[in-house]
Design a protein around this ligand. Structure first.
Ligand code: OAD
Length: 246
């Protein structure tokens, strides 16, 4: 695959790279995406599992599903896409990840500067007093409860909930300061997260999309790469590295 020289030139003068990522970057680690042909929302309705009312009326079912996802995530390893983004930290002044994923794989790959817009499956908190419970939970007597009596839930953002303010603000600032804004493996249709693409564009960032298919935002980007993130990201970094030694 050839990477446009004009993109490499832009990267050479870039100070801040931002990677806005979605479920597609973790697909090659074996974690199913939400939409698309094998997406989990094809088989399950998000409103039955990923919202607060569903949790309060059937916490066992919702936890069963999250524990199933947690198991898949724990068995998964960061792939070449996550690892290449982490490696970029060696070549650019600032590399920021703004992710919709809850799977922790960017951190496990070695990325340092991460904003998690939709929470993290490794954390839990009490629906009542908000106390955090980040150790392994005990389900032997049903859904675990806080010392105050409230149910403990996963610290993930459900439909109809606000995004964590500090994480969203951090993501917005990063998007506004980005020189090159990569959009990797996301259908870019879930707001407010997807709005960051337009924040970056309005602030003058170069937009680069990497996805296996065209998306809602493809017509707004400067460069589109159709293919797997675990192949395209290493190709871009290799092309960049060859250009700086020559
Ligand atoms: P989606 O499942 O909506 O989209 C995944 C995208 O990744 C699709 O556009 C795929 O074409 C693309 N894709 C699949 N494999 C890929 C690969 N190997 N390389 C590159 N791209 C690939 O996931 P998100 O956009 O992350 O929210 O979904 C956004 C939010 O909707 C999620 O965070 C979640 C969900 O409902 C909440 O749970 C709040």
């Amino acid at each position: 695959m050839t990477i446009d020289q004009s993109l490499i030139e832009k990267l050479k003068s870039a100070r801040s790279l931002v990677f806005f990522t979605g479920a597609g970057i973790s697909a090659e680690s074996g974690i199913p995406t939400f939409r698309g042909k094998d997406g989990i929302w094809k088989k399950l309705k998000p409103e039955e599992l990923a919202n607060f009312d569903a949790f309060m009326s059937n916490p066992d079912m919702v936890w069963e599903w999250y524990n199933h996802r947690k198991k898949i995530i724990h068995e998964a390893q960061p792939n070449k896409g996550h690892l290449t983004i982490a490696e970029m930290q060696n070549y650019f002044d600032e590399v920021i990840i703004v992710t919709q994923n809850i799977d922790n794989l960017h951190r496990r790959a070695g990325s340092k500067n991460i904003f998690e817009l939709h929470g993290n499956i490794e954390r839990n908190f009490c629906v009542n007093c908000k106390k955090f419970y980040n150790e392994e939970l005990d389900f032997s007597e049903g859904v675990p409860k806080c010392e105050c009596g409230g149910l403990i839930r996963p610290d993930v953002v459900w439909f109809g909930e606000y995004l964590p303010e500090d994480q969203f603000k951090g993501g917005e600032k990063a998007a506004g300061n980005a020189d090159v804004f990569f959009i990797v493996g996301t259908s870019a249709i879930v707001y407010p997260a997807a709005g960051l693409v337009f924040t970056a564009k309005q602030s003058g960032a170069l937009l680069v999309e990497i996805n296996v298919v065209e998306t809602e935002i493809s017509s707004a980007v400067d460069y589109s790469f159709f293919g797997e993130a675990g192949t395209i990201l290493p190709n871009i970094l290799e092309a960049y590295k060859s250009s700086i030694v020559s």
